[in-house]
Design a protein around this ligand. Structure first.
Ligand SMILES: *Cc1c(COP(=O)(O)O)cnc(C)c1O
Length: 394
């Protein structure tokens, strides 16, 4: 029995398998460029899709919020930490998503685990897409409900899984898949859910702000009612450029979460100033449609350019554009090559993605220019040639 004595060995094994992860110290605010360990680099790996994380107006809103509320919320929501600022944000989010109510959590991770765990238990069935975000999987596992995978986007497989007996049945899917940029087939999911008497939970962390009218995301309330998609999750740390998350749904859902969701009840409320800043960023994201248009143009420019260079891109209309290279060492080499050429794009390796699909997860933001994308394409072509050359002479 090794106990804890093999911790260092396990770390060494990660290192020798090219799976060791290192953090980089960033020395500037988020934007089209960031300073990393003293070097200014074009940033192609943030989730700051609308370019709002470093926006001065949102920073000013935060400052005003701190001026009024101070910093700490002081307590959990149910004790005395739920402020008028949190409440206003919830009301605005309910209106934005076309749902009766919304509930703010401190992070998307907490929301996903907290919601599934509150709704599901012994005797229930949770069905999740194979490529769902880790927080959705953790929520399913922790709930003690029976857990089933279905093959990525495969609603026939899902339908088979849902045929078995269970008390409650919950279908859980990313809206836009975080590592691949493709979208769930919501119409099909809604049909299967109806047939099998299941609920759908969609986590649209990467779609909200980015797609749809005013950036409402995949779950357009004009098309999908609260009965179609009873549980909708969005996060603030991506397109909205702040921090935290929310769940939107029926009065009954939200009241159930307030009574039962451990990740909501047993944690300090997010700082009220963050709620104030998020209200500001939500208004900006909804009003400034040019950011979504810009992003769409950049995505098209990147896809055309990368295809011309001979890269094969999976279907993705989102700002997430994965270049799958397979082997973790190859992903690291490409990432280093890009960095030498002034572009930051960190390698994504298992367990964040399945074995054999290590990749560069290129992300674009509304802050990028056409010239930035061209520079990235140039760097991609050059680093690949340099790597091919190094390999053939090895
Ligand atoms: C980032 C992400 C989360 C977690 O949100 P945080 O607010 O960063 O904790 C949840 N779901 C998906 C799909 C994500 O990509």
């Amino acid at each position: 029995m090794p106990g804890f004595s093999d911790l260092q060995q396990k770390l060494d094994a990660l290192r020798s398998g090219n799976m060791y992860r290192k953090r980089r110290n960033v020395g500037s605010r988020q934007g089209r460029t960031i300073r990393v360990e003293g070097r200014e680099l074009l940033n192609f790996c943030s989730n700051d899709y609308l370019g709002l994380a470093g926006d001065h107006r949102i920073a000013e809103a935060l400052k005003a919020g701190v001026g009024h509320w101070g910093v700490g919320a002081g307590a959990s929501h149910l004790v005395c930490g739920h402020t008028e600022a949190h409440d206003e944000l919830e009301t605005t989010l309910a209106e934005f998503t076309g749902r009766p109510r919304a509930l703010v959590y401190s992070s998307g991770y907490a929301a996903n685990v907290g919601v599934i765990n509150a709704l599901m238990s012994l005797g229930d069935l949770v069905c999740e897409d194979r490529l769902n975000h880790a927080s959705l999987l953790d929520g399913g596992w922790i709930s003690r409900a029976r857990f089933a995978w279905y093959a990525h986007l495969d609603c026939d497989d899902l339908d088979r899984q849902l045929a078995s007996e269970a008390n409650r049945k919950l279908i859980v899917s990313d809206g836009t898949f975080s590592m691949d940029g493709d979208r769930c087939r919501l119409d099909e999911l809604v049909n299967v859910a109806r047939r099998r008497d299941a609920w759908i939970m969609v986590d649209d962390a990467h779609g909200m702000g980015v797609h749809g009218a005013e950036g409402v995301g995949l779950v357009d309330p004009g098309r999908y009612s609260v009965e179609d998609v009873p549980v909708l999750v969005g996060t603030f740390g991506k397109a909205f450029g702040t921090s935290g998350a929310f769940v939107a749904g029926s009065e009954t859902l939200i009241e159930t979460l307030i009574q039962r969701s451990r990740n909501y009840i047993y944690t300090t409320a997010m700082p009220p100033a963050i709620a104030v800043a998020t209200l500001a960023s939500l208004a900006i994201a909804r009003a400034e449609a040019w950011r979504r248009d810009r992003l769409e143009d950049l995505v098209q420019r990147f896809r055309e350019g990368a295809t011309r260079l001979g890269f094969t891109l999976p279907q993705s209309a989102s700002p997430i554009q994965p270049l799958i290279v397979g082997d973790p060492q190859a992903a690291l080499d490409m990432s280093h090559g890009l960095e030498e050429r002034g572009c930051l794009c960190t390698a994504i390796r298992p367990p964040s993605v399945p074995e054999g699909t290590s990749r560069l997860r290129v992300t674009l933001t509304a802050a990028h220019t056409d010239a930035d994308v061209d520079r990235l394409l140039c760097a991609l072509g050059d680093s690949r040639s340099a790597l091919d050359q190094a390999r053939s002479t090895r």
